[in-house]
Ligand binder design. Structure first.
Ligand code: FAD
Length: 403
């Protein structure tokens, strides 16, 4: 892929021979290893959002890491293969095309890690990244609180500086896979006199500290993938992690957190490969006789929805290629990541609602599409609700007045 090689200075959308080779290597590895992993578990693998399924998915994550596929774009010293962002996109495409499972380490690898690269000191990077990619340490995101969701700056969890560390008090909630994780990255108010975005610090917290209670609870789809995390005078030593437990500067946590949300809404959490694969499965469903239009007799309105969902997945792919071009040239995504998030989350709902409409009453017995549809409904909520993303896009991308 070349950013500016056509006559009009646009993109050449053909992959290079090296990129094709990378794709073939990834596809071959995935095919062999997925088959082995599934066979090793009798092919019956529970959701990664259950305790049993999470453990099985860790086997998969470790297999990825052993052959340096867990974080392909990272430096070799942290277990990556120094792939370009283009190659990372290729890997993601092949990953989802092969039907590989959701990454249970994603909140570490795709959310925290970019901020560790940007704000972490050398010791933190050396200690945290490899252990994260190898699924030795499992990271969850501790931002939301019972009274601080969309308005995150109203959070009240506190970290008080004491001799040799921090005393933590407060409660986090909606912590994805928190009950199965070993570490939490969280925002805490460290300046008691401060308000809103000021006086917050981004802390890296092992969850086995005395005074920390993690209580898992179920989601609407039945999986127990959420947790509440309680801090009751929990002492977090400064040296609990090599390089320290503060990411960035004390009191500057908001800026670090916004960089993490940039990854969550922007490039890394939801790559186009995931939606291209779902769109391909939707087309297959359409083509099945008796479901879609193999005989040309099916409902044209449904056919249009299938085509529309597929086109939106393709559009997301093209938009991402444009984003990667800008990043490769030293640019940043900034507030545009909010538009990106609205796009992928609404696309995911449309893809799955269309599948359910195609299946009709059969959807009741099609566990894969139904469960994926249930999860798609949470997309407009997590990573910051779409209402909030529209506010951000209106104010910071379009420059509209706040009121
Ligand atoms: C699947 C899933 C996984 C999650 N994982 C995590 C996690 O790992 N860690 C974590 O910290 N959190 C996590 N969350 C929590 C998520 O970040 C919050 O749910 C989200 O930020 C919204 O906060 P809230 O639920 O408190 O809703 P509220 O903030 O109470 O919002 C309720 C409604 O009001 C709307 N609203 C609020 N303010 C405004 C406004 N100013 N303008 C317009 N509309 C507004 C919202 O859009 C929403 O529709 C997860 C959520 C889900 C669904």
């Amino acid at each position: 892929m070349d950013a500016a090689s056509s006559d009009r200075g646009g993109m050449d959308l053909t992959w290079s021979a090296e990129e094709d080779e990378f794709r073939a290597e990834a596809a071959g590895w995935l095919a062999t290893n997925l088959a082995e992993w599934r066979a090793g578990h009798d092919g019956d693998i529970p959701s990664g959002d259950t305790a049993e399924g999470f453990a099985i998915h860790l086997d998969w994550e470790r297999r990825l890491f052993a052959d340096r596929w867990a974080a392909v774009s990272w430096p070799a010293e942290h277990g990556g293969r120094e792939a370009s962002l283009w190659e990372w996109l290729i890997f993601e495409e092949e990953y989802y095309r092969a039907g590989a499972p959701p990454r249970v380490t994603q909140n570490g690898i795709f959310l925290l890690a970019p901020s560790i690269f940007e704000f972490g000191n050398a010791e933190q990077q050396a200690h945290i990244l490899g252990r994260m990619a190898g699924a030795d340490d499992l990271w969850c995101q501790g931002w939301s609180e019972p009274n601080a969701g969309s308005d995150l700056a109203s959070l009240t969890s506190k970290a008080q500086k004491v001799d040799g560390g921090w005393l933590l008090n407060g409660q986090k909630t909606w912590t994805t896979r928190g009950a199965f994780c070993t570490h939490l990255f969280g925002l805490f108010r460290t300046d008691p006199e401060s308000a809103r975005h000021k006086g917050l610090t981004y802390l890296l917290v092992p969850l086995d500290l005395a005074g920390v209670t993690v209580r898992g609870f179920g989601r609407l789809d039945g999986d127990d993938g959420f947790a509440e995390v309680f801090f009751e005078d929990a002492f977090l030593p400064d040296d609990a992690l090599p390089g320290g437990v503060v990411l960035g500067e004390v009191g500057s946590g908001w800026g670090v957190a916004m960089a993490t949300t940039g990854s969550e809404r922007g490039l890394t959490l939801r790559s186009p490969g995931r939606f291209l694969a779902a769109a391909a499965r939707l087309i297959e469903l359409w083509q099945q006789a008796g479901v879609g239009g193999a005989d040309g007799a099916a409902d044209p309105a449904l056919r249009d929805r299938v085509i529309d969902a597929w086109m939106r997945a393709e559009a997301y792919q093209l938009f991402t290629l444009k984003t990667v071009t800008a990043l490769a040239e030293g640019g940043a995504m900034g507030a545009e990541s909010s538009i990106n998030k609205v796009w992928w989350s609404e696309l995911d709902v449309a893809l799955h609602e269309t599948a359910l409409a195609l299946l009709g009453p059969e959807a009741e017995v099609d566990d894969a599409w139904t469960r994926a549809w249930q999860f798609s409904l949470s997309g407009p909520i997590y990573a910051g609700t779409n209402e909030i993303q529209r506010n951000i896009a209106a104010e910071r991308v379009l420059g509209l007045p706040r009121k």
